[in-house]
Write a protein that binds this ligand. Structure first.
Ligand SMILES: [Zn+2]
Length: 250
């Protein structure tokens, strides 16, 4: 039963991930996504249901459009797979508990932001405004001990980034600040600091690697959103463990 449910959450993640791709690509350009069929971005051919199956269509069609043979970015199946894995981990780590709703909402928001930040280098307000009230309600239903840690986390998250924006002048933007506010609400005050620390560390390691491999140049702007996403996911699932480990060994 447990395995079956884990697989069910994985499948749901694949389907939602496919939807998040569409939302992330269309929302910043104000293209409606609700009742509109997906099209090939190259030849505008409308995709049939069997050209639109998460992961499978991509694999069967050999990463190409069936009509114009334009290659399809690996980002799409990667986002689908990632969402599937994150939904499955959410279920395995949390089980059937109201917090599972928070986990699914948080993962969904982060995946959409991953798409918009990679594609357009922006974190749309609309995405944050959609998820913030839902996550706030969930933090009232499943409060922290002490309860005010969520409010303090929200303020701390936004403030830390505000300071970085003032110091670095262009390293991070207003979108990152608002995003960290929402993340702070979900993680609480202690863990939002850990998420920030991890995001910076991951960003620095990958940034140095990309620079030394000459994949990016020093002047090229790099979106910080993906590092925030990874840092937050690690903190959400393993933050308690990491904080305990740190304080027991220092
Ligand atoms: Zn095509």
């Amino acid at each position: 039963m447990e395995t079956l449910l884990t697989f069910f959450f994985f499948l749901m993640g694949l389907i939602f991930g496919s939807f998040f791709n569409v939302v992330g690509l269309r929302l910043p350009k104000n293209i409606p996504f609700a009742n509109d069929r997906s099209i090939c971005l190259n030849c505008k051919h409308q995709l049939t249901w069997y050209e639109n199956i998460p992961l499978l269509s991509y694999a069967i069609q050999g990463a190409k459009c069936r009509h114009c043979k334009a290659s399809i970015s690996y980002i799409y199946p990667a986002i689908e797979l990632l969402t599937g894995v994150l939904f499955a981990i959410s279920y395995v780590k949390i089980g059937f508990n109201p917090e599972l709703v928070t986990a699914i909402l948080l993962m969904s928001m982060l995946i959409i932001i991953l798409v918009t930040d990679i594609k357009y280098m922006l974190i749309p307000n609309k995405v944050l405004l959609f998820f913030f009230p839902l996550l706030l309600i969930m933090r009232v239903i499943v409060p922290f001990d002490p309860w005010w840690s969520a409010a303090a986390g929200c303020l701390t998250g936004a403030l830390v980034i505000a300071v970085i924006i003032l110091i670095s002048r262009g390293g991070m933007g207003g979108g990152d600040m608002k995003l960290f506010g929402v993340i702070g609400l979900v993680l609480g005050v202690k863990e939002v600091l850990l998420a920030f620390f991890l995001s910076c560390m991951i960003g620095a390691i990958i940034g140095i690697a990309l620079l030394s491999l000459k994949i990016i140049s020093r002047k090229q702007p790099v979106p910080f959103g993906p590092y925030i996403v990874v840092g937050t996911i690690i903190t959400y699932f393993y933050g308690d463990f990491l904080i305990d480990w740190y304080f027991n060994f220092s």
